[in-house]
Design a protein around this ligand. Structure first.
Ligand code: NAI
Ligand code: MG
Length: 488
C-alpha cells in the first residue's frame, strides 16, 4: 500500500550535524495505513535538548554570523530554503503521507501552503521596525524590536510540515535561534527540512531538531532555563503543562495553539446543498484531525432534515483507503491511541441517544481507518457535542433563533474558530461580533492565510500565529531614551 521512499535522515539535528541521541535510544515511526515500521529514529531527551540549547546560544551570541547578518540576507536565506523545498516538493509530500497517512494531494497542498508562509515571513526580515516616541525635548525616545533569543517549539502530528513552517517562519524572520521537537508520530519531514536548511546555508545552531517524546524531550524544552520562549501546538491538557513548566522555570514567554470545538452555524436562507458541502469539508478535512475543525454543525430547524440528507450523501460518497491512491479522499487516523479515542466518543454518541446517519465503525483491522460518520439529533450535553473528537465525525445540532445559537455556540471552554452560512449580512455581522473565537468564517470555512492572525480565545490558546501578529510572539521591545544636553 505504501509508496516506497528512501528515508535519508533518522538522527537528531544539532549544530548543523545529524547525531545520535546521547542515550543511544531509538523509537519507531510507523505508517498508519498499515502499522509497519518506516524507520528507527534517534530519541532525544533532556541531555540532547541541553546540547541543542548550547548550539542555539552560540548561534545567537553577540557578534555571531547570524546576529551580524543583514536582515535582507536573512530573508534571502529563507527564500533559498523555500526554493529547496519547492525543488523537493514531491519527496517531502511522499514522506509526509507515509508518516502521517494524509492523502498525497493534501500533503502537496500542505507543502505548498508552507512554502507560501515561509516566503511571506522572509519578506518581513528587513521590515521589523520600532518607533520614535514623543517624550518632550529632554529625551529622544525610540524603540527597537529585538529577537527574544533561543526559542523552543513543540508541534503536533496533524500537519507536521506546515506546523514546522508556522513556527520557523516568524522565529527566523525575527532573528531568533530555535530548537524544534516534532511529534513522535511524525518526525520525518522535520528532519529532512533541517537538512535543507543546512544546504540553504543557515549558520550552525540556528535551527535544531530533536525528535522524541513529550514528557521527556518536550518537557525538557518547556522547563529549560535558557530557552526564553516556547511555542506549542497540541492538546489543551499539555498546553496547561507547558505553561506551568514555564512558570516554574524562568518565566519564558509562552504561545499556545490548542484544541477546539468550533461551531459552524447554518441559517435557513441558504442553498442547503452548498451549505452541506462547506460543512462537510469543515469537519472532514485532514480526516477530522484539525484544531479548527467545524465540529459542531448547528443547522436551523426549518432546513434540518434536508441538510442531514445532503450531509449523508457527501459522507457516503467519501472514499477511504490508501492515501497514495488519487481516488481516495480519506486515509487512516494517526495512531492506535487516536483511533481508540475516536471510537470511544462514537460509542458514547450511540449510547447517549444520538442517531448514527452514516458510518460509526472502524474499517478493517489493519491501519487506523474510520468510517466517515454523521450523528443527527445531537444535544449540547452529549460528549460528542462537548469534547474534541479529532476524527471524521460530524455532529449535527438543531437551533431556532440567533440568540439561542450564539449562547449555545459560546457555551464551551474553547474558542478557536467559528463559521456562519447565511445570505443576510446583518445576521453574519451580529454573529461575528458576538461569537467568542479567534477566527470567524462567513460563507466559507478554513479561510486561513499566512497574512492574517490565527489563534484562540479562552482555552484554545494564548497568542497568535501568522501575519504580523505572529512576529510579535518572537520579539522583545526595547526602549532607548537619549538625553539631549542643551549647549546653552
Ligand atoms: P499532545 O498535546 O500530547 O502532543 C502534541 C505535542 O506535544 C507532541 O509533540 C508531543 O510530543 C508534545 N507533548 C506531549 N506531552 C508533553 C509534555 N508534557 N511536555 C511537552 N511536550 C509534550 O497531543 P496528542 O496526545 O498527540 O493528541 C491528543 C489530543 O490533542 C488529540 O486527540 C486532539 O484532541 C488534540 N490535538 C490538538 C492539536 C491541535 O492542532 N491543536 C494537534 C494534536 C492533538
Ligand atoms: Mg499526548
Amino acid at each position: 500500500m505504501a509508496k516506497q521512499v528512501e528515508i535519508k535522515y533518522t538522527q537528531l539535528f544539532i549544530d548543523n550535524e545529524f547525531v545520535d541521541a546521547v542515550s543511544g535510544r531509538k523509537f519507531s515511526t510507523i505508517n498508519p495505513a498499515n502499522g509497519e515500521v518506516i524507520a528507527e529514529i534517534s530519541e532525544g531527551d533532556k541531555a540532547d535538548v541541553d546540547k541543542a540549547v548550547d548550539a542555539a546560544k552560540r548561534a545567537f551570541a553577540r557578534n555571531s554570523k547570524w546576529r551580524k547578518m543583514d536582515p535582507y540576507d536573512r530573508g534571502q536565506l529563507m527564500h533559498k530554503l523555500a526554493d529547496l523545498i519547492t525543488r523537493d516538493l514531491d519527496y517531502i509530500a511522499t514522506l509526509e503521507t507515509r508518516d502521517n497517512g494524509k492523502t498525497y494531494a493534501s500533503a502537496v497542498g500542505d507543502i505548498e501552503a508552507g512554502i507560501a508562509c515561509l516566503r511571506y515571513y522572509a519578506g518581513w526580515c528587513d521590515k521589523i521596525q520600532g518607533n520614535t516616541i514623543p517624550t518632550g525635548d529632554t529625551y529622544v525616545t525610540l524603540t527597537r524590536r529585538e529577537p527574544i533569543g533561543v526559542v523552543g517549539q513543540i508541534i503536533p502530528w496533524n500537519y507536521p510540515f506546515l506546523m514546522l513552517i508556522w513556527k520557523w517562519g516568524p522565529a527566523l524572520a525575527t532573528g531568533c535561534t530555535l530548537i524544534l521537537k516534532p511529534a513522535e508520530q511524525t518526525p520525518l519531514t522535520a528532519l529532512y527540512t533541517a537538512a535543507l536548511a543546512k544546504e540553504a546555508g543557515f549558520p550552525a545552531g540556528v535551527i535544531n531538531v530533536i525528535p522524541g517524546y513529550g514528557p521527556t524531550a518536550g518537557a525538557a524544552i518547556a522547563e529549560h532555563s535558557e530557552i526564553h520562549k516556547v511555542a506549542f501546538t497540541g492538546s489543551t491538557e499539555v498546553g496547561h503543562a507547558i505553561m506551568a513548566a514555564a512558570a516554574k522555570s524562568n518565566l519564558k514567554r509562552v504561545s499556545l495553539e490548542l484544541g477546539g470545538k468550533s461551531p459552524l452555524v447554518i441559517f435557513d436562507d441558504v442553498d442547503v446543498k452548498e451549505a452541506a458541502e462547506i460543512a462537510h469539508d469543515a469537519i472532514f478535512v485532514n480526516h477530522g484531525q484539525c484544531c479548527c475543525a467545524g465540529s459542531r454543525t448547528f443547522v436551523h430547524s426549518k432546513i434540518y432534515d434536508e441538510f442531514v440528507k445532503h450531509a449523508k450523501q457527501l459522507a457516503l460518497a467519501k472514499k477511504v483507503g490508501d492515501p497514495f491512491d488519487s481516488k481516495i479522499d480519506q486515509g487512516p487516523q494517526i495512531d492506535q491511541e487516536q483511533l481508540n479515542k475516536i471510537m470511544d466518543l462514537i460509542n458514547s454518541g450511540k449510547q447517549q441517544g444520538a442517531v448514527v446517519e452514516v458510518g460509526g465503525n472502524r474499517i478493517g483491522e489493519t491501519g487506523y481507518f474510520v468510517q466517515p460518520t454523521i450523528f443527527s439529533n445531537v444535544t449540547d450535553d452529549m460528549r460528542i457535542a462537548k469534547e474534541e473528537i479529532f476524527g471524521p465525525v460530524q455532529t449535527i445540532l438543531k437551533f431556532d433563533t440567533m440568540d439561542e445559537v450564539i449562547e449555545r455556540a459560546n457555551r464551551t471552554n474553547y474558542g478557536l474558530a467559528s463559521g456562519i452560512i447565511t445570505k443576510d449580512i446583518n445576521k453574519a455581522l451580529e454573529f461575528a461580533q458576538a461569537i467568542e473565537s479567534g477566527s470567524v468564517w462567513v460563507n466559507c470555512y478554513d479561510a486561513i492565510t499566512s497574512q492574517a492572525p490565527f489563534g484562540g480565545f479562552k482555552q484554545s490558546g494564548i497568542g497568535r500565529e501568522l501575519g504580523e501578529e505572529g512576529l510579535n510572539e518572537y520579539l522583545e521591545i526595547k526602549t532607548i531614551s537619549i538625553k539631549v544636553t542643551k549647549n546653552n
